[in-house]
Design a protein around this ligand. Structure first.
Ligand code: SF4
Length: 472
């Protein structure tokens, strides 16, 4: 018996196969090709959207964005990885028509076309909308922490910075002392040790200079921490403990769990993020109004009021106050008198509004002097100065909203199912690793590419191979 054998490699073929023969008709790579070809690169503000009139011709930005989309769809994110694939991956050879740009060209393209890449994400969102894949009524909002190219050891606050600098100074002192002692001894045998010591001192001095520079930067900034490798990264607490990275926000549509908008910021929590990402989602979808559902981490009267002003109805469960968790009187136990603008407490005392500080225009504080001898004090507060009640400028609006949201309790269940899937897929596309680039704008571009790839994958699954080209 013989084995099945292939064509001999050195045999000339009478009808050599075409590159097109290696890619099936329904291969999604053909969709990437057709989608990118349909884009107006000049309008999307891609660098070199028009070929240069003189000099060496450059790569067409369409070819390079095709390469990136393919890469992010297949978990190949690094420029070196993409370059390697252009040499061995048949689908990419077809997509790039045999072009093999080097890794530097590939990396520079991502760095120089942040706006263009964000535009491609939006164009694809509009294509999905055209195919009725977005419901445009209910969006889930959530955030997750993604690691930056910055280890925890290279992130400092002021006190740690001062401590490390003084440790380095002590070590330099110590080495200098040793060096002096070596000098006092007869030289020859000790030459190597002296060289080693000088090298150690040089390295420590360099380290000290870097930290001193960071210390100056920290003093000049409004921030409480500084990162040395990626200056924009911040230490923040995520679900899996402390990480140095970025806070990624997404808006996910209810109908097919497609990402309507994605953003990256340095915020350590989600308290001030609701309006920003909701508005971005609404703008990307080109709609007039929608509902957004988020977890209690987003509960902020100011942010919710901003959403209402923009035609967005926020559904956010109230965040439990310290009184609620300790079993003391909650705010609901205090009755508000709208005409008199006062609260009446469970002991029948009237809490008057305090004069506002200039920094507190969005809220009013109510207090009474009667707390001192109050028999219910133990059930009310532990604060020495007595109980105080806060009322935000948007309280009426929010109260109304909360009454309505309570009736729609099911929305919170929907939120979980909505946002967890895309974040799971996005993190998996990062192979649970970190961003590859440094700086806010660059990581935002990476996230736009990842979200575009996520949406495209969903699009392929929903539309099915037969309807892909038709959809375009
Ligand atoms: S502690 Fe003050 S606010 Fe609380 S019940 Fe007593 S008087 Fe009222």
């Amino acid at each position: 018996m013989r084995y099945i054998s292939g064509t001999p490699r050195d045999q000339t073929q009478m009808f050599p196969p075409l590159m097109d023969d290696f890619v099936a008709e329904e291969n999604p790579v053909r969709f990437i090709d057709a989608f990118v070809d349909s884009l107006d690169m000049e309008e999307l503000k891609f660098v070199r959207s028009e070929p240069k009139k003189t000099g060496r011709p450059g790569y067409d930005p369409k070819d390079l964005i095709k390469l990136y989309i393919y890469g992010y769809l297949n978990k190949i994110r690094s420029s070196r990885g993409l370059e390697k694939e252009t040499h061995r991956n048949v689908e990419l050879m077809w997509l790039m028509r045999g072009l093999k740009p080097d890794f530097k060209t590939i990396a520079d393209f991502r760095k120089n076309n942040k706006k263009g890449i964000a535009g491609v994400f939006r164009q694809f969102t509009l294509l999905c909308k055209k195919n009725q894949l977005f419901g445009c009524e209910l969006l889930g909002i959530d955030g997750s922490k993604f690691k930056a190219v910055n280890s925890q050891a290279r992130n400092f606050n002021a006190s740690r910075l001062a401590k490390v600098i003084s440790q380095i100074e002590e070590r330099i002192e110590d080495y200098l002392e040793k060096l002096t002692k070596q000098d006092e001894k007869e030289a020859k045998v000790q030459k190597a040790t002296k060289k080693e010591l000088r090298e150690k001192i040089r390295k420590l001095t360099e380290q000290k200079e870097e930290l001193k520079e960071a210390e100056t930067r920290l003093k000049e900034s409004q921030d409480s921490q500084v990162s040395l490798t990626d200056e924009d990264a911040r230490a923040m607490r995520g679900r899996h403990g402390k990480t140095v990275g970025y806070n990624v926000q997404i808006g996910v549509d209810h109908k097919h769990k497609l990402v309507a908008a994605v953003d990256v910021n340095q915020a350590r929590n989600d308290k001030d993020q609701l309006s920003g990402i909701s508005l971005k989602s609404k703008e990307n979808l080109g709609i007039e109004k929608c509902e957004v559902v988020a977890d209690k981490g987003y509960y902020s009267h100011q942010e919710m009021a901003k959403c209402l002003d923009e035609g967005i109805t926020p559904r956010v469960p109230p965040c439990r106050t310290r009184q609620q968790t300790s079993g003391r009187f909650t705010k609901e136990a205090f009755v508000y008198d709208r005409d008199a603008n006062t609260y009446t407490c469970p002991n029948g005392e009237v809490l008057e509004p305090l004069k506002k500080k200039s920094s507190e225009q969005a809220k009013t504080i109510y207090k009474t002097k009667a707390c001192k001898g109050c028999p219910l004090r133990d059930q009310c507060t532990t604060a020495k100065s007595g109980r105080q009640i806060e009322r935000s400028a948007y309280e009426d609006q929010i109260e109304e909203l909360e009454r309505e949201s309570k009736k729609k309790g099911f929305l919170q269940k929907a939120r979980k199912g909505l946002v967890e899937h895309p974040f799971g897929v996005l993190k998996a596309s990062f192979q649970y690793g970190s961003f590859l680039t440094k700086g806010m704008e660059n990581v935002r571009t990476e996230m736009n590419l990842a979200a575009l790839a996520y949406n495209m994958k969903r699009f392929f699954n929903i539309m099915g191979q037969e309807r892909l080209m038709e959809a375009l």
